[in-house]
Design a protein around this ligand. Structure first.
Ligand code: GDP
Ligand code: MG
Length: 467
């Protein structure tokens, strides 16, 4: 009886998706120490997830060190607090006026890159955090995790970024802000980002809360007006920073405004249903839950689907969005799909679900256009590494280098190898079964990264495939 009652309750809960706030996933990425966890802490405070009482406790526990308690909110293990550095990807759910948000705090240490790659495939908006302190900024740029995180995020499909220039409370030379903006702008343009449409620059302070939310800015202005004894240098710095901010495209917006007004890029809405699986777990003996992102099309309950690459057919028992059962899900949704337990062994992170009438390619060879961004050896015929595409990966081997273009735009046919900074067209053989499509057929599954021994060697696109 109880069971039947629960079933009825679930169907009562079925909601039309339009009644639910738009859901977006955002990730804090960038160099270790730039302030990602502190910003996550501030976001949680400013959206009311952490109340003043709890905040005071964090302050006390962290020894009343003014800065530290913000990152303690998210770095909650002893190890993380002692080392002052995040040791795992943390995920939070929060809400703004118009949005239901999943926020990821991704650690900046190099050995987290594989986990970061898995997470990035579900992110809509990237918050790239850089420190405005010269030495700290230079740790991550032009060589370091600022660059690697950005390359990975861009090449695996994030098309919108907010660059958070953090620790603005410590900025001594306002002109340095200009240098940060221009050097990052050059780099972002070089990797194919449109600065006007895809990038926001926003100076912030996770410590004071500046530019995290409008309310916080107003509080700060009031405090400043009350404190007439501020030293004059500080005031001049402030004025110069404000003048510089005037010229950035984030003018008059706080981070929470940008997030709340963000319009999801749902550019690939075709008819065929395709969903990327990010995780699975067995909920009860009767059902398993898949967590994932719908890449295109839509599907409803009770429909037959096919799981690729293992080609297993099964029926969708239920679909949930934000814990509510829904009749159907569509491109851009982050969903839980409920299946019978027999499907468990045919599913892993990186699998793709289709409707049972269609299929996804599982190629053996790829023709790719790539750019070399790091080296671990000579990138020539016979070079072996790992190819990542969204959340799946396969060992691979370069079988031919067809052409190259160097930074002076000089082209070469059949070069012996590709150097860092050069682009080229190459043939690659795959050793495991993963779902990949050419760019012209299905963009989300055409973006690739090549990694070798912890180094991101190249990024690019699949132009053609051979099954
Ligand atoms: N002064 C100042 N310190 C900050 C700010 N944001 C972070 N910090 C400090 O920078 C250090 C690294 O911060 P954390 O959030 O752990 O960086 P993460 O490694 O990127 O997560 C900590 O000591 C923070 O207290 C800021 O806006 N101003
Ligand atoms: Mg951290």
């Amino acid at each position: 009886m109880n069971f039947i009652y629960l079933e009825d309750e679930t169907s009562d809960q079925e909601k039309n998706q339009t009644q639910i706030k738009k859901q977006i996933s955002i990730a804090l990425i960038g160099q270790n120490g730039s302030g990602k966890s502190s910003i996550a802490g501030q976001i949680l405070i400013q959206t009311g997830k952490i109340n003043q009482k709890v905040l005071k406790l964090f302050q006390q526990f962290s020894g009343n060190n003014q800065n530290q308690h913000f990152s303690w909110i998210t770095d909650n293990s002893n190890e993380e607090r002692i080392s002052n550095s995040s040791q795992e990807i943390t995920k939070f759910h929060l809400e703004t006026k118009n949005k239901q948000i999943i926020l990821f705090d991704i650690p900046g240490k190099k050995y987290f890159i594989p986990e970061m790659i898995n997470t990035i495939s579900q992110i809509d908006l990237g918050l790239l955090v850089v420190s405005s302190i010269k030495e700290e900024f230079e740790e991550g740029f032009p060589k370091g995790q600022t660059v690697e995180h950005l390359l990975i995020a861009k090449s695996l499909g994030i098309s919108q970024f907010v660059v958070l220039i953090n620790k603005i409370d410590l900025l001594v030379e306002p002109e340095y802000l200009k240098i940060i903006v221009s050097s990052l702008s050059n780099f972002m343009q070089k990797i194919g980002l449109d600065l006007e449409k895809q990038v926001f620059f926003l100076p912030i302070s996770a410590r004071t809360g500046m530019n995290i939310s409008k309310n916080q800015n107003q509080n700060q202005n009031q405090n400043q007006n009350q404190n007439q004894n501020q030293n004059q240098n500080q005031n001049q710095n402030q004025i110069q920073i404000e003048n510089l901010i005037e010229n950035l495209n984030c003018k008059d917006q706080s981070l929470l405004d940008i997030i709340d007004n963000y319009i999801k890029q749902e550019k690939f809405i075709e008819n065929q249903f395709r969903m990327l699986v990010l995780d699975k777990y067995q909920k009860t003996m009767k059902e398993i839950y898949l967590f994932g992102k719908v890449l295109s099309g839509k599907i409803s309950k009770k429909k037959q689907i096919m799981i690729f690459p293992k080609k297993f057919k099964c029926e969708i028992k239920d679909i949930k969005i934000q814990e509510s059962s829904v009749k159907e899900c569509k491109s851009g949704d982050q969903v839980k799909i409920i299946l019978d337990p027999e499907s468990f062994e045919y599913i892993d992170a990186g699998c793709v679900l289709c409707d049972s009438q269609s299929s996804v390619s599982i190629p053996k060879q790829l023709l790719c256009q790539i750019t070399i961004c790091g080296t671990t050896g000579i990138f020539a015929k016979g070079f072996k590494c790992i190819l990542h595409s969204l959340s799946s990966f396969s060992e691979c081997e370069v079988t031919e280098i067809i052409s190259s273009v160097n930074h002076k735009k000089m082209k070469k046919k059949n070069p012996l190898f590709l150097k860092e900074g050069e682009s080229g067209v190459v043939k690659i053989s795959l050793f495991q079964e993963i779902c990949i499509e050419p760019f012209s057929i299905f963009e989300p599954l055409s973006k690739i990264l090549l990694r070798d021994r912890g180094v991101t060697v190249a990024y690019g696109l699949v132009r053609k495939i051979r099954i």
